[in-house]
Structure formats: structure tokens, C-alpha cells
Design a protein around this ligand. Structure first.
Ligand code: HEM
Length: 464
């Protein structure tokens, strides 16, 4: 099967015809999804209502935007809906098959339990200073008085932070090679047909052997090798460090069995990729929106100044209410992932349509977070919405929900607040264009076209 076949004939076709949706052939819909994703979602919602079908690669899906439908799907047990199998159809090529993302049921719950201590609570507080140090170093190298894309710098920060979190300090120069290789491999996501290649290889792993794909995947292969070397070296050395790799090496299942080398490798690759790519993109969206709204930026700087500016401790930064509200509002208006996937393991009636077992449904983050009943004047960027109100988990779901909600939700927000505070306190940046960038695909994520082009216009006085 070729790339073109994938566009023309999505892999699975469950019987979801009664659900309304665009009538164009699957190939035309997939191409539209590649090039005009947000317009496609908005048009389908306006024409077909809160529940509609999209025939896009790798398979037709039923998008859900209604609060109650999203609540039911997110709350459903592993015997009613699964996620691992559907996730692998889009992520297998990047992160392999044996990590949290591809698991379901009890093995999934067990793995999440094993991961949680490394990414939350007291452990998180320990990462604050490292996040700050890495941010300062990268930001101090921003070019002066010329336009540049912020994304590579955000990617460098988030990749170095997650590599350090996963491997601790022991990895040294291998960690640097790993971040370089992985960064370069993921940048391929910016190529126009990258999403199709990702979907093709995720649904047809045998195609990886073709020369053209082997060349594209060389960076991933080297990254996998480095991760495997780290695992072998750490197993041999023993020790009781508290980085994520050490915690996973000590983890045991109910029968007392440790994780295998392949499981460890895929889990670490997942953390490295999922743990930085989304965060770097979300940071770019933060700058797109904050820099194009001087009132919001001024209020953020004022709040930060009152708390000690760039010297405020990570803990103080975490507690700043306007910064917290701004981050939530950015993630509402510019979610990095458009929807999450769930596969029905039993028939469900959703949006009034009887859906058979095997249907892939997709709670739509992008549209649910623009529901005017929950967010009046939804296209307006207004952090105040979240100042005194708790986010509704069925209408604010940038990290997904239910038992599959992102394991890095606390880590990502902690890191983004530190990076935002450091940059706002030390840099005077201006967007190269007057408006926030258009949304384009970077592999599976929603990315600001051009990677957030800015100009740094001097240090020390961050006010607009
Ligand atoms: C702004 C940053 C991030 C965003 C927007 C984001 C978003 C998401 C979303 C939407 C999902 C799918 C949830 C679902 O199916 O309901 C997810 C899953 C996941 N994320 Fe994140 N994520 C971010 C950062 C991170 C970080 C920092 C890590 C690790 C340190 C991480 C690790 C994972 C993992 C392992 C899963 C799979 C969870 C499962 O299937 O149980 N993510 N993320």
C-alpha cells in the first residue's frame, strides 16, 4: 500500500454513514485536513452540528463536540472504550508499541501508576531550578535586532528539560546527542506531507524497510539506540537515583516482574517526544497570543514584577493567578492537539446516532473549547475567564480526559509557567506580524505557521 492509497482509502470503514459529514471523497477530505484543519472543523460544525463524521486518514472518525457526549466517553471504563489501539495508528512510528499511549485496561493503569511519581508532586518541585537554568541559558542566546523563529529555542528548552528529567545528570554528552538527533527527526514534521508519512508508517510498519523511509527514520533509530544504551548502562550500574529511568527500572508488576528493555525503551521515547514537542508548541502559542495582546502582556509583567520578576522562585511563579489564567486561556484557544481518539468496545448512542462497536470517536478539543454557551465571544483572548472560575473538564480539555488524561499535565504547566516568567522578565519581544499566526499541521500537532517569528528588541525593560 502506498501513501496515496492511504489518502484514498482510510484503513477501517465501520458503519457510521448515518452520521452527517462532508460528502467529498476521503482523499479530498484528507488533503483538506492537511492544509486547512481549523477551517474544516469549523465548517463541519456549522453545517452538521455537534456530532459529525470526517473521512480522513487513517480512518473515518466521529467528532464529538457536545459536553454530555464528551463526558460520557471520557468517563467510560476500559471495557466500554479503548484508546491504545487507535492511538497506535497515529503514534506507532514515533514512539513504538509498548508505552502508556498504546496500552489499555489493567496494563495501562499499572504503567501510569509507575510513571506518576517521577512526574508529579515533590519531584516536580525539584525540577524547577533546572527548568529555570536551562531557560536562562537558551534565552541569553536570542539574536538581537533581527527576526527569528522562537520554536527552535522553545524546543531546545523543553527537550533538554525532559532529557534531564528522564535520565538525570548521568547521561552527559549522550543526552546532548539524543536531543540533537530527536530534535532533527521531529523537525521533519514540518514537511508538507509529514502527517501522511506518520499515518502511513504507523498503520503499515513493514513500509519502514523501504529505502526512502529508512533514510527519514535514521534520526529516530539513533535516538532509540542511545536510549537503549542508557538503559543497559543503568541496569549494569544499579544505584538509586530518582530520575524517571531509575524509577521505572525499580518498578515491578503484581508478579514481581520488571519492565522489559523494549517496554522501557518505548516508554522513555514516549516521554521524550510527548514530553517536549507539545510543550514547545504550546509555548509558541502563548507568545503568539500574549505578544499580540498588549493589555494581557502588561498585566502579566506587572504581576510578575510584584512577585520578584526574574528572581521569583519557581514555587511563587506557580501560584501567580493571572499567569495561570493566561496559560489556561491560551490552551483553550490554541490547543496543540485537535482531538483525542477512543474506540468503542460496545455500541453507544452519541449525539442521537447509534454507533456500532469498533467506531472511532474523537472528543473534539478544538471545538468543545469554542462553545459559546460556555465561553461567551469564544474567539476573544480573555484570560479573565479563568481568574475566578474553575475550568470545566468537558469544555477545557487540552490534555484530554478520563483515565487517559495526559500524565504530564502538571509537569507541562509547571514548565511553561517558568519559561514564560523567565522570558517575560528578561526580554522585550515583538511579534514579526501584527496578528497571531495561522494554524498549520506539524505532524499530528496544531502549530503556528512559521514557528512564531519574533524580534528581540533589548533586555532589561520588558514592558511594551
Ligand atoms: C502542553 C503540553 C502537553 C499537551 C497539550 C499534552 C496533551 C496530551 C493529550 C491531549 C493527550 C491524550 C489524552 C487523552 O487521550 O485523553 C496526552 C497524553 C499523554 N501525554 Fe501529554 N501533553 C503535554 C505534555 C506532556 C508531557 C510534558 C508529558 C511527559 C512528561 C506528556 C506525556 C503524555 C503521555 C505519556 C500520554 C499518554 C497518556 C495515556 O495514554 O494514558 N505530555 N497528552
Amino acid at each position: 500500500m502506498s501513501l496515496l492509497d492511504l489518502v484514498a482509502a482510510p484503513a477501517r470503514r465501520p458503519h457510521i454513514r448515518p452520521v452527517p459529514g462532508p460528502r467529498a471523497p476521503a482523499a479530498a477530505q484528507t488533503l483538506q485536513w492537511l492544509h486547512w484543519p481549523t477551517q474544516m472543523l469549523e465548517r463541519a460544525r456549522a453545517r452538521h452540528g455537534e456530532t459529525f463524521r470526517l473521512d480522513i486518514a487513517p480512518e473515518p472518525i466521529v467528532l464529538l463536540c457536545g459536553r454530555e457526549d464528551i463526558r460520557r466517553v471520557m468517563a467510560a471504563g476500559a471495557d466500554q472504550v479503548s484508546a491504545g489501539e487507535a492511538n497506535l495508528e497515529v503514534t506507532r512510528v514515533t514512539v513504538g508499541t509498548r508505552s502508556t499511549i498504546g496500552l489499555d485496561g489493567h496494563p495501562h493503569a499499572r504503567r501510569r501508576k509507575q510513571l506518576r511519581p517521577g512526574l508529579n508532586g515533590a519531584q516536580l518541585r525539584g525540577y524547577g531550578t533546572i527548568m529555570e537554568e536551562i531557560t536562562r541559558e537558551v534565552v541569553s542566546a536570542f539574536p538581537r535586532d533581527r527576526t527569528f523563529a522562537l520554536h527552535p529555542a522553545m524546543q531546545e528548552i523543553t527537550l533538554r528539560v525532559i532529557a534531564r528529567t528522564v535520565f538525570g545528570t548521568a547521561a552527559g554528552h549522550e543526552s546532548r546527542e539524543l536531543t540533537r538527533r530527536l530534535g532533527r527527526f521531529l523537525r521533519l514534521g514540518e514537511l508538507p506531507l509529514a502527517l501522511l508519512v506518520v499515518l502511513h508508517l504507523s498503520t503499515h510498519p513493514e513500509a519502514e524497510q523501504r529505502a526512502v523511509f529508512r533514510a527519514l527514520l535514521a534520526g529516530r533509530e539513533r535516538a532509540r539506540e542511545i536510549v537503549a544504551e542508557q538503559i543497559a548502562r543503568r541496569r549494569a550500574a544499579g544505584g538509586a537515583d530518582d530520575d524517571v529511568l531509575s524509577l521505572l527500572l525499580r518498578a515491578r508488576d503484581e508478579a514481581g516482574q520488571p519492565l522489559s528493555d523494549d517496554e522501557l525503551r518505548d516508554e522513555l521515547m514516549t516521554l521524550l517526544v510527548a514530553g517536549h514537542e507539545t510543550t514547545a508548541t504550546a509555548l509558541c502559542w502563548c507568545f503568539e497570543l500574549i505578544l499580540s495582546h498588549p493589555r494581557v502582556r502588561a498585566r502579566l509583567v506587572e504581576e510578575l514584577d510584584a512577585a520578584g520578576g526574574g528572581d521569583a522562585s519557581p514555587e511563587v511563579i506557580q501560584a501567580l493567578p493571572y499567569l495561570d489564567a493566561t496559560l489556561k486561556e491560551v490552551l483553550r484557544l490554541r490547543p496543540v492537539l485537535a482531538f483525542v481518539r477512543r474506540r468503542l468496545r460496545q455500541p453507544f448512542t452519541l449525539g442521537g446516532y447509534a454507533l456500532p462497536t469498533g467506531t472511532t470517536v474523537a472528543p473534539c478539543i478544538y471545538l468543545a473549547q469554542r462553545d459559546p454557551r460556555v465561553y461567551p465571544d469564544p474567539e476573544r483572548f480573555e484570560p479573565e475567564r479563568f481568574l475566578d472560575a474553575k475550568a470545566d473538564p468537558c469544555a477545557w480539555l487540552p490534555f484530554g480526559g478520563g483515565t487517559r488524561r495526559c500524565v504530564g499535565i502538571g509537569f507541562a504547566q509547571y514548565e511553561m509557567k517558568i519559561v514564560l516568567a523567565q522570558v517575560l522578565a528578561s526580554q522585550r519581544l515583538a511579534l514579526a506580524a501584527p496578528r497571531p499566526a495561522r494554524t498549520v499541521h506539524r505532524a499530528i500537532t496544531f502549530f503556528p505557521e512559521g514557528g512564531t517569528r519574533v524580534r528581540a528588541t533589548g533586555e532589561g525593560d520588558p514592558r511594551p
